[in-house]
Write a protein that binds this ligand. Structure first.
Ligand code: PLP
Length: 365
C-alpha cells in the first residue's frame, strides 16, 4: 500500500529507500520474528540475528556474483573511514615502502588521496581537476607506479555526477574502487577488482554501515597501527563482529537485498536505472535553459547534475519542485547547481514526474 504523503526524495544520501522495505521494517522494529521484541533489541550473537546476518551476506554474494575468493565485510566508519583503513590494510604490500596510486576525478577521490597521505606515499596517477572534474582522464595516460600497492578510483563521483563506464587497466596492480554511490546499481565484474567498498546510505540502507569486498589474498598485510575494528583480517575471522556491529543497518540492508532480488536482481535494476538517467539527460540535452556539464561519456546514472543557465531562477526551481512533492534537488554546496540522485529505490514514476517538471519549468521560464 502506498502512502499518498510519501514524496519523491532525490537526496544524495542518506537517500530514499524502498517503501515496501520500510513498511516491513516498521513492524520488525516493534516485534521481530514473533520474538516479542524488536530487531534492534536482540543480541548480535543470538541465533535469530546471526541467521539474518548470514542471509544478508549470502544474498549480497548472489546479487553481485561475488566469487568465493572474496571476503565480504560489514564494517563501520563509512567511506571516509575506509579512506584510512584501505591504506592501513594494503600499503604494506608495496615493495619499497608504503605507497599507493590515485586517480582524482572529484570530491571523493580528492578526500581519499588526502587521507591516504597520512599513511604513506599517496601518488597522483591522474587528475581531471583542470577540467573542473567534468571528465575522467584517458586511462592510457595514467602515470601508474609498479611500486604502488594498489590504484584507487572513485567509480561514481556523487558530487560531480561522474561515473566510470569501464574497468580501468592498472598495469597489474590491484584496483580499489569506491562504489559508495553506485553499489548494486549495475552489474560489476568483481573479479576485476582487489577491493570494492562503500557506505550503504546511498543505494542500500540507513547510514552506519560500510561494505568492503576484498580479495582474500589482500587480507593480512595491515600496518601494526591499524585499529582493530578496521583490521580486515581480524574482522574477516570474526564475521565482522569484533565489536558490536550496526545490527539495524545489517538487518535493513538484508531486507533491501531481498527487495532487489524481487525486482529481478542487479541486471534488471540496471536496465531501469539506465532508462531513468536517459530520460533526464535527453531533456537536458534539448534544453536551452539547463546546462549539463559532465562529459557525455562519463555521465553518472545515479547522480544527474546540471546548472540553470539563468542562475537567478534557482530558488524558484527548487521551490516549484518542492510544491509538487520533489525534494533533495539542490546541488552540493561546493559546486552549486542542481543534482537529482536517482538511486535504485527511486521509482521510474518519480523520475518521470521530475522530467515533466523540467519541461514545464523551462516552458514557463
Ligand atoms: C557518500 C560518499 C562517501 C562518504 O561516505 P561516509 O559514509 O559519509 O563516510 C564516500 N565516497 C563516495 C563516493 C560517496 O558518495
Amino acid at each position: 500500500m502506498l502512502f499518498d504523503h510519501r514524496i519523491y526524495n532525490f537526496a544524495p544520501g542518506p537517500a530514499t529507500l524502498p517503501e515496501e522495505v520500510l513498511q516491513r521494517a516498521s513492524k520488525d522494529i516493534l516485534n521481530w520474528q514473533e520474538l516479542g521484541t524488536g530487531v534492534m533489541e536482540v543480541s548480535h550473537r543470538g541465533k535469530p540475528f546471526m541467521a539474518c546476518y548470514q542471509e544478508a551476506i549470502t544474498d549480497l554474494r548472489e546479487l553481485m556474483q561475488i566469487p568465493e575468493n572474496y571476503e565480504i565485510l560489514f564494517l563501520q566508519g563509512g567511506g571516509i573511514g575506509e579512506n584510512a583503513a584501505i591504506p592501513m590494510n594494503l600499503m604494506g604490500l608495496a615493495k619499497k615502502g608504503p605507497q599507493a596510486d590515485f586517480v582524482v576525478t572529484g570530491t571523493w577521490s580528492q578526500k581519499s588521496i588526502a587521507e591516504a597521505a597520512k599513511y604513506g606515499n599517496a601518488r597522483l596517477a591522474a587528475s581531471s581537476k583542470e577540467q573542473q572534474f567534468n571528465t575522467i582522464p584517458e586511462n592510457a595516460n595514467w602515470d601508474i607506479s609498479s611500486d604502488s600497492a594498489y590504484l584507487h578510483i572513485c567509480d561514481n563521483e556523487t558530487v560531480g555526477g561522474l561515473e566510470y563506464g569501464y574497468v580501468p587497466n592498472t598495469n597489474g596492480i590491484p584496483l580499489v574502487a569506491d562504489i559508495s554511490s553506485n553499489i548494486l546499481s549495475k552489474v560489476i565484474d568483481v573479479s576485476k577488482y582487489g577491493v570494492l567498498f562503500g557506505g550503504i546510505q546511498k543505494n542500500i540502507g540507513p547510514a552506519g554501515m560500510t561494505i568492503v569486498i576484498v580479495r582474500k589474498d589482500l587480507i593480512g598485510h595491515a600496518m601494526s597501527i591499524t585499529p582493530t575494528v578496521w583490521d580486515w583480517k581480524i574482522q574477516a575471522a570474526n564475521d565482522s563482529m569484533i565489536n558490536t556491529p550496526p545490527t539495524f543497518a545489517i538487518y535493513l540492508a538484508g531486507q533491501v537485498f531481498k527487495w532487489l532480488k524481487q525486482q529481478g536482481g542487479v541486471a534488471a535494476i540496471e536496465a531501469v536505472n539506465r532508462k531513468k538517467a536517459e530520460l533526464l539527460y535527453s531533456i537536458l540535452d534539448q534544453s536551452s535553459l539547463y546546462d549539463a556539464r559532465v562529459d557525455v561519456t562519463y555521465r553518472s546514472k545515479m547522480n544527474v547534475t546540471f546548472y540553470l543557465k539563468d542562475e537567478s531562477l534557482m530558488d524558484k526551481f527548487l521551490k516549484g519542485a518542492e510544491d509538487q512533492g520533489m525534494i533533495g534537488l539542490k546541488g552540493h554546496k561546493s559546486v552549486g547547481g542542481i543534482r537529482a540522485s536517482i538511486y535504485n529505490a527511486m521509482p521510474l514514476a518519480g523520475v518521470e514526474k521530475l522530467a515533466n517538471y523540467l519541461l514545464e519549468f523551462e516552458r514557463k521560464a
